[in-house]
Write a protein that binds this ligand. Structure first.
Ligand code: HEC
Ligand code: HEC
Length: 310
């Protein structure tokens, strides 16, 4: 008998032995369960077939010699026979390509049912209903609605009193803090605060129209104090810097200009909605975008935040 078959029998016996040891002798064993018995029988059959198929091919490799016509090319002296493509393989190859095209164009991804799609449709329907039902809510009731959204979604970072919990998030009782103004003037800003792409240049793009020079370190300190202080001291050095450097975009009063620069004097519901739609990165940290709130909820929480600093 060929030595290989001997090894085959030894390996098979060993694997069956292990199977018996782990299944047959464990507590309860197969327990007369038909599913367990079928599974183990299947495993046994697979082991036997695998071992003997492997043996067949190993033997074939030992004795086989290939014949046929060699192709002209040879890569590093490795030749290739001119064998025709097997018919069944060619059919499967072309079939897979056709199926692939069907799948992408007509099948699942573009054209068919998806759970995510159904979820999105459900959410859209519900949001439309919600927006219609609460469309008439304005004024104080909108602020109350916003407060409840705030308590559910924003309190974890901004704190119960919306004061930013020791600097972990922005203090929403003031429009903007000193360090945030400094940071933005130094580094510029690209947070879609206007709702679209309209970045603010960094300090290398900020000229003082009164002096003709780039904004200086001391001017940054002064203007940050003026802006974070709520535009109060109109005679201060910071007010002069603001008029010279910032007012061309943010307006003389700091309330911004549509499509040019945002209101940096007070919050508005639109501004908060833009922050919720796009998130924000700044001196304090990263504020995530809030896709799960619908339009009315964003408007409401915007009204609530706007009401805090009044
Ligand atoms: C060229 C126009 C332009 C000038 C000049 C300019 N800004 Fe801005 N500023 C913008 C724009 C646009 C944004 C919004 C950027 C964004 O979406 O992140 C912005 C954003 C800001 C913000 C961030 C607001 C927030 O909520 O995070 C602050 C603070 C600010 N500017 C302060 C200043 C100060 C202070 C000056 C003057 C030293 C100044 N800006 C000059 C256009 C300008
Ligand atoms: C994971 C923590 C986190 C959550 C939750 C969160 N925020 Fe923020 N938020 C931040 C951080 C951090 C900043 C400061 C970003 C920066 O450095 O300018 C911020 C900034 C903001 C600003 C911008 C203030 C400015 O100066 O322009 C607004 C408005 C805001 N948050 C509103 C909200 C609202 C409304 C919610 C709830 C729907 C909320 N945030 C939930 C972390 C959070």
């Amino acid at each position: 008998m060929n030595k290989l078959y001997l090894w085959g029998i030894i390996i098979t016996a060993a694997m069956l032995g292990f199977t018996y040891l782990s299944v047959g002798t464990s507590k309860g064993g197969l327990n007369g369960d038909i599913v367990n018995t079928l599974a183990v029988t299947g495993a046994v059959v697979l082991v036997i077939i695998t071992v003997f198929v492997v043996i067949k091919y190993v033997r074939q490799m030992q004795t086989d010699t290939a014949d046929g016509e060699l192709a002209e090319e040879s890569w590093d002296n490795i030749g290739e026979y001119k064998n025709p493509v097997p018919f069944g393989w060619a059919v499967m190859f072309l079939g897979t390509m056709i199926w692939g095209m069907w799948y992408w164009v007509l099948g699942y991804p573009v054209n068919a049912y998806s759970q995510i799609g159904e979820y999105n449709e459900d959410v859209a329907t519900h949001d439309a209903k919600f927006n219609a039902q609460y469309a008439s809510i304005t004024g104080d009731r909108l602020v109350e609605m916003g407060e409840s959204v705030f308590l559910a979604e924003c309190k974890v970072c901004h704190g119960l009193a919306a004061d930013g919990i020791d600097g972990q998030a922005a203090n929403l009782n003031v429009r903007i803090q000193d360090k945030s103004v400094k940071y933005v003037v130094e580094h510029g800003s690209n947070n879609h605060i206007l709702g679209s792409e309209m970045p603010m240049p960094d300090r290398n793009g900020l000229f003082n129209a009164n002096t003709g020079a780039l904004i200086s370190d001391s001017e940054i300190d002064e203007v940050a104090k003026f802006v974070s202080g709520g535009f109060k001291d109109e005679k201060s050095a910071g007010a002069k810097v603001f008029a010279g450097v910032c007012s061309s975009c943010h307006g003389m009063d700091g309330r911004g200009m549509e499509y040019v620069a945002p209101n940096i004097r007070e919050f508005t519901p639109t501004l908060v909605t833009n922050v919720l739609n796009h998130g924000k990165k700044g001196a304090i940290g990263t504020m995530p975008a809030f896709d799960r709130l619908n339009a009315k909820q964003k408007e409401a929480v915007g009204a609530y935040i706007t009401s805090l600093s009044k």
